[in-house]
Design a protein around this ligand. Structure first.
Ligand code: TYD
Ligand code: MG
Length: 485
């Protein structure tokens, strides 16, 4: 058999060009490269081979008590220096973990990892800054001051290495300057072949290493192009092994393309301990950081950031920010989106316009287009709104993506409001799932959504009838179906 080193496509004969990924000269005979042997997971293979040689039965091993395993590894977590990122990680990095951060190009991955590296490496200087301040205030004799100002002993706990194949040391230093982070304690490393890199990290033993990005790694042992799935998997396997063996915490950056296909972090997700994704619309300032996989914490947390001229800043009060410019115009309503344990209030807008020709369009930005189509059909059939010859556009403000069915009612309300040309004078919160029969169904976290609305001074809410309840200081209306809407 022959296999493509780039995409793993199999074929029974040699081909100059891979029919799957279109790569030239990437098809090789199975067994002729280490990629066919599975690369980074060789230690396991070796064990397997061992037992196979003994006629299929392995040698017996002793199990060991789990409590013995809790040793020095069980240390406190390593804080990323950013409260939002720490929350998403489940309280900071677990020592010796391998974390992948992925996202589309230009979304801010390098910015975020540089901020984290800068703050991890410099945290040791916090006590020193204090002593310097104290000495400045109390005018200690000069000897005392000098001692306070002397550079602190290198702290192995915070030693940080930044491996960048995307930027030169110079560019990286510029980035740190832009982020107003000195990056003093950060050491730079060119990306060597991954085998050399692993040996170097093992020798230098930093507490924390950043690798930007996994697609730039090459290999001495594996004959595959940088960024190919086989190589990316192999390199990640080696790094995972390194992290577990030495306790070095490694943060890997992985690029995803718009269609999510090429050289994917997707292929790495089962290897690494946690996968963080940074998402958002590059045209908007807001970025959401979520854990899509986390061996050491929940995947429920999200962090909200804003891209500023000085890097990513946590957004203190996301709901207030998302609603800031809301106008009481027809077609505009407010909904509460639950993201993990948090609720964000966002504005949903709709525009309904007579179709110029042919089939009317239903277009959504920040909401699933198919679901919008379904909701339009429900509004026509069950709600008596004639949308058959109308174009419907829906937009979620702030570049946010509404994925929950709980947003259904808000979409319906925005469309209905746009059709009627009426606007509520004050903001009204709409939350509820809408079924095909036009019924408005209960949703999770209703209390939290109402509480967040109340906190922001919204006094009126429309919720599923079955779940309606009275809330102090709020006027909550229950709705059984879209006809009532
Ligand atoms: P970057 O982190 O390089 O993205 P990625 O590594 O995900 O490809 O940053 C992307 C964008 O962020 C870039 O176009 C410029 C912008 N940016 C800022 O607006 N402010 C900043 O302080 C920095 C460092 C970048
Ligand atoms: Mg980058």
């Amino acid at each position: 058999m022959y296999a493509c080193v780039k995409c793993d496509a199999q074929s029974s004969k040699w081909l100059g060009r891979c029919p799957e990924c279109g790569g030239w000269g990437t098809v090789v005979e199975n067994g002729s490269t280490p990629s066919a042997a599975g690369g980074g997971i060789s230690p396991l293979r070796r064990q397997g081979g061992d037992s196979a040689a003994r006629g299929g039965l392995g040698r017996a091993r002793a199990s060991s008590p789990l409590s013995q395993a809790a040793g020095p590894e069980h240390r406190a977590r390593l804080s990323s220096g950013d409260a939002e990122a720490d929350r998403v990680l489940g309280g900071g990095f677990v020592h010796g973990s391998l974390v992948l951060i992925s996202g589309e190009p230009g979304i801010g991955k390098s910015t975020l990892v540089a901020q984290i590296a800068g703050s991890i490496s410099s945290e040791r200087r916090a006590p020193m800054a204090v002593s310097r301040q104290l000495s400045a205030v109390s005018y200690q004799p000069s000897g005392e001051t000098r001692r306070a100002g002397a550079s602190p002993p290198p702290n192995a706990e915070r030693r940080t290495i930044y491996v960048s194949g995307e930027e030169s040391a110079r560019q990286l230093a510029d980035r740190f300057a832009r982020l107003a982070s000195s990056g003093d304690g950060v050491r730079f490393l060119e990306p060597f072949p991954v085998e050399t890199l692993v040996a170097t990290l093992e020798k230098e033993k930093p507490a924390f290493a950043v690798l930007d990005s996994v697609q730039t790694l090459t290999s001495d042992a594996l004959d595959a192009t940088a960024g190919s799935p086989a190589l990316v998997r192999y390199a990640t396997g080696l790094l995972l092994d390194l992290a577990k063996r030495t306790g070095i915490t490694i943060l890997l950056v992985g690029q995803v393309t718009k269609d999510g296909s090429v050289a994917g972090p997707k292929t790495l997700e089962h290897l690494v301990d946690a996968v963080l994704t940074l998402e958002g619309d590059a045209a908007h300032a807001y970025r959401l950081l979520r854990a899509t996989k986390n061996r050491f914490g929940s995947t429920d947390e999200v962090g909200v950031f804003e891209m500023t001229a000085r890097g990513l800043k946590a957004v203190e009060n996301p709901s207030a920010r998302f609603l800031k410019e809301r106008a009481a115009a027809p077609g505009s309503v407010v909904t509460g989106a639950a993201e993990g344990s948090r609720v964000f209030l966002v504005e949903v807008q709709a525009l309904v316009e007579r179709a110029a020709y042919g089939t009317p369009v239903r277009r959504a930005s920040g909401f699933d287009g198919n679901r919008l189509q379904m909701l339009c059909a429900i509004l026509s059939k069950r709600g008596g709104l004639k949308l058959g010859d109308q174009d419907v556009y829906v937009n979620v403000i702030g570049g946010l993506e509404l994925r929950e069915p709980a947003a259904d009612l808000a979409i319906c309300a925005a469309v209905a409001s746009a059709v009627r040309g009426t606007a509520a004078p004050e903001p009204v919160l709409y939350v509820g799932e809408v079924g095909l029969g036009g019924e408005v169904r209960s949703i999770p976290f209703l209390d939290r959504r109402l509480a967040e609305a109340k906190r922001l001074g919204i006094t009126r809410a429309v919720v599923p009838a079955k779940a309606a309840k009275s809330v102090d200081g709020m006027n909550v209306a229950g709705l059984a179906n879209v006809g009532q809407l």
